[in-house]
Design a binder for this molecule. Structure first.
Ligand code: SAM
Length: 204
């Protein structure tokens, strides 16, 4: 894809934009409940989970215990307040599109309402496959709400169906993911909530 597709109105370092914590929800309660239901369905209880592009809230089902949950995001204060994270790392995926964990660390991964901010999404999806185990589920959810100055140009050029197709193409192009499915989980009266789910490829 051409570089212009990943240009953003605000091209300053993301560390500046995320310097101050935002203890807010980015989608409404009904859409969050839809995310939690997807996690209930796809993430293995007892597994080691990675919440990529995380903040103070992970939307994991409260009744499910996981082996461990790690978060990666841009704001340390938000991540420190997240009650589901055992560990976290502050890491800018646009500066360094490698996911800073060892090979095959995680049983599952998720990205919630954040994929539109990635400027090198295929590299990130490929490295995300490296740090997950074969057949590990990945749940990527997104809405039509975003920080407009930080979303890539391609995201702005597309509607909801286009977003879903784009995210699926990131996974296909990365060659790290198989069984890619597009879901529409928009709740009645809630924010748009689309998902792309996949399984880590047998070999990456
Ligand atoms: C809209 S918030 C969503 C947070 C959380 N996943 C949720 O569901 O509420 C976007 C998140 O993407 C993360 N993020 C944005 N740009 C990033 C980057 N360049 N590298 C890593 N994380 C980034 C931020 O830390 C922020 O928490």
């Amino acid at each position: 894809m051409p570089n212009i597709a990943f240009k953003r109105v605000d091209s300053s370092p993301d560390s500046r934009f995320y310097e101050e914590p935002r203890f807010v929800a980015h989608i409404n309660d009904a859409a969050i409940a839809a995310v939690t239901d997807l996690y209930r369905a796809y993430l293995p209880p007892g597994g080691v989970i990675l919440d990529l592009m995380s903040s103070w809230i992970s939307h994991l089902p409260p009744e499910v215990a996981y082996g461990a949950v790690a978060g990666l995001g841009m704001n340390a204060a938000e991540l420190a307040e997240n009650p589901r994270l055992e560990t976290y790392v502050v890491h800018d995926l646009n500066e360094t599109p490698e996911v800073p964990f060892a090979d095959a660390t995680f049983d599952a991964a998720m990205i919630c309402v954040s994929v539109q901010y990635l400027t090198q999404p295929i590299a990130v999806m490929r490295d995300l496959a490296r740090v997950t185990r074969p057949a590990a589920p990945l749940v990527i959810t997104f809405s039509n709400r975003c920080f407009p100055t930080k979303a890539v140009a391609l995201w702005h050029a597309l509607g909801d169906d286009g977003h879903a197709g784009l995210v699926a193409s990131y996974l296909r192009e990365s060659r790290g993911w198989v069984d890619i499915e597009i879901l529409d989980r928009t709740p009645r009266g809630g924010d748009v909530l689309r998902a792309v789910v996949a399984k880590r490829a047998p070999l990456v």
